[in-house]
Design a protein around this ligand. Structure first.
Ligand SMILES: Nc1ncnc2c1ncn2[C@@H]1O[C@H](COP(=O)(O)OP(=O)(O)OP(=O)(O)O)[C@@H](O)[C@H]1O
Length: 228
């Protein structure tokens, strides 16, 4: 099958818009990548079950972020990405990303305060990640890189995603806070049955959180052993 090197959005433009679909509220859907090709990666086949965390690792520049961006429909790619019975092509890009939510390594902030970025109040999440009650009123300009990273996760979950794409979600955090964030994410992912692709560098983290681990080796993914 020839690979297409277009975004789903441009394919929709060619074949007519079918925007307006909304993926059902509770996620019990498998995230599937079929023959995905992006950057150095080719013919990637991957299934992430509801509530499952699949870790991706690989050398710097091997294509981890680009693969996540392709799954989020943010980068031209070949192949097919599906969540349950819904094809990425069947939704406008922004609607797909409401359900298949990517948290990039470098986060962008566009309003003045933290709370303006949250879709709904998240007091429990803020408390669980060590923020005081008034953190939603904080100015974005005061945030440290680690605070931004944790708040970007809370912001993503405030939108009730159906699948998660996490690009090194603890890269800016100290060891204790890393463990706190891992626990919190694992609880959320299990409770909400979110299929999750998690880019990680540290082997100890991968062993703690991953149900499956794939390492990028050239154009392909090679499955690695995990303890659980
Ligand atoms: N739009 C693009 N067009 C062409 N090349 C790109 C594009 N975006 C990224 N690249 C290149 O693709 C390669 C993979 O990038 P990617 O960001 O996926 O790496 P990574 O595995 O996430 O690396 P790191 O661990 O350093 O974050 C890099 O060599 C990068 O320079």
């Amino acid at each position: 099958m020839p690979f297409r090197t277009t975004t789903a959005a441009s394919r929709r433009a060619q074949h007519g818009s079918r925007g307006g679909w909304v993926i059902s509220a509770k996620s019990t859907s498998v995230l599937r990548l079929q023959h995905v090709a992006v950057g150095p990666l080719d013919n990637i086949e991957l299934e992430v079950a509801p509530g499952q965390i699949v870790c991706l690792s690989g050398p710097s520049g091997s294509g981890k972020s680009r693969l996540l961006r392709a799954v989020a429909d943010l980068e031209p790619h070949g192949g097919v990405v599906r969540l349950g019975d819904r094809d990425q092509d069947s939704l406008a890009g922004h609607r797909w990303r409401q359900s298949v939510m990517m948290v990039p390594a470098e986060t962008a902030w566009w309003f003045d305060t933290v709370g303006e970025h949250l879709h709904k109040p998240m007091p429990d999440a803020l408390g669980a990640l060590g923020f005081p009650d008034d953190a939603a009123e904080w100015a974005v300009s005061r945030l440290s890189s680690g605070e931004k990273q944790r708040l970007a996760l809370i912001r993503a979950l405030s939108r009730d995603p159906q699948a998660l794409l996490l690009d090194e979600p603890t890269a800016n955090l100290d060891d204790d806070t890393t463990l706190q964030v891992e626990d919190w994410l694992q609880s959320y992912i299990a409770e909400h049955q979110c299929p999750t692709l998690w880019v990680a560098h540290r082997e100890d983290q991968i062993q703690r959180v991953a149900a499956k681990h794939f390492r990028i080796d050239g154009a392909r993914l090679r499955e690695q052993e995990v303890e659980q």
